[in-house]
Every structure is written in C-alpha cells, then in structure tokens.
Design a protein. Structure first.
Length: 228
C-alpha cells in the first residue's frame, strides 16, 4: 500500500485461513516485523503479531503496549515532558513492550492516534495509564471513554485503563528525595498496603486507593475498564 514499507522478511506462515482479497502485510520494525492482516473493504486490522527476526519462524501471540495519557497543554514544554517520560518507561521496560504517549486534548498525538500506533506496532494488549495524580473526571470518565471509542476499530485488541497515580509509596519516596529527607529506617514497603485516609474510609482515593489495589492484585495494578 502507498507509503508503507516494503516486505523485507520472508516469514513462514502455516494454516492461515484468509477470506478472498484479504491483505497480508509484513511491516519491518528494527529487529522485528509486524504481521498485519486487513479485511477486504475495510481499513480495520484484524490481526497483528510480531515476528522476531532473531528467532525466525516464531510469532508472539501477545504484545503489550503501555500508553501514557496526560491532559495536554498549550505549552510545548509541558507536552514534551511526556515524550521524555515515555522514553524512560520504554527504556526500563525493554524492547518487548511498546510504550507510546498521548494527550487527552489540546495537543497531539491524540488518544485515538496513539492507540492506532500501538496496534500498528503489533500490540495485542494496550494498557492506558492516565498520567495524572488524582482519580478525577478525566482519569475515571473522559480517558476511559476516549480509549473505548478508539478501541472499537480493533476488536481483536485487549485494552484496559489503569487508575491514576493516587497514593503510592513510590510517590512518597520521591517527595522525600526532593526534600532531601531519608525514608525512616523502620519503613517497609509492605507497610504501604493499607488505606492512608486518617479515618480509613477506603473511598477517598477511589480506584487509586492503595488498600483497594492491594486487595485486588497484591500490588498497585488493576484496570478500571477493559475490552477485547
């Protein structure tokens, strides 16, 4: 198709049942290739698997992507910071995870564009992280709605939206570090898995409550919406 890279890989494919006219496209990516299958008469992708050139003949049946989403700003510097954060997360996650970024409004890339980019890079599971401190309207309603709308074109892709940062010991450590105050010697990370509302209501932080997250998964990770 116009504007797409040439197929530079000879990929072994067996037992692949395709409808007449279906396009199979192998898009090279550094060190890998993405197998893309398109349904006739539609631009929608129906399958995307990553072919590892270092291990010929092996396809990843799942590829996770992390999509960082902030509000977006009219200030370029504020938007550029998310680029840096995505780069840091990508480096820490390694090459077998896709990390992208998006802005809810006021700047590009949009959530829809970034979600599509994740899929085109081979993602079969997209975890959207609202890059926001509190579980407000944007992180609990607007971003999940926009992600759901973006995902409708890719029914084969799983997706989820995580809670915002909320209350977490790693944020407390950062605050202490910036204030040049050491963490008390008596502190243990396991101490964090509780409600930090003085009245222990377990509701002040919504889905981002540290105790509620510990109850669900044992660590701070749980989607608030999901689709497949």
């Amino acid at each position: 198709m116009p504007g797409e890279p040439e197929n530079r890989y000879r990929v072994p494919v067996t037992a692949l049942l395709l409808a007449p006219g279906t396009e199979v496209l192998v898009v090279p990516v550094p060190g890998t290739a993405v197998l893309v299958v398109r349904v006739p008469g539609t631009a929608a992708l129906v399958h995307a698997n990553r072919y590892h050139s270092r291990n010929p003949g092996v396809f990843s049946e799942s590829m996770k992507a992390i999509l960082l989403v902030d509000h977006g700003s009219r200030l370029r510097e504020a938007n550029d910071m998310l680029v840096c954060m995505a780069h840091l997360v990508q480096t820490m996650a390694g090459p077998h995870v896709i990390v992208q970024h998006a802005h809810m409004e006021l700047a590009e890339p949009t959530i829809a564009a970034a979600f599509t980019n994740c899929v085109e890079l081979g993602a079969t599971d997209v975890v959207v992280f609202p890059y926001m401190l509190s579980p407000g309207k944007h992180s609990t309603l607007d971003i999940p709605r926009m992600v759901s709308e973006a995902a409708t074109a890719y029914p084969f892709v799983r997706y989820s939206v995580s809670p915002a940062f909320g209350v977490h010991e790693k944020l407390a450590e950062l605050i202490l570090h910036r204030a040049a105050v050491p963490v008390d010697a008596s502190w243990k990370d396991s101490d964090a898995e509780r409600c930090w509302d003085p009245e222990c209501s377990r509701v002040l932080c919504g889905e981002a409550c540290r105790a509620r997250q510990a109850d669900i998964t044992g660590f701070f990770r749980a989607p608030i919406i999901s689709g497949s």
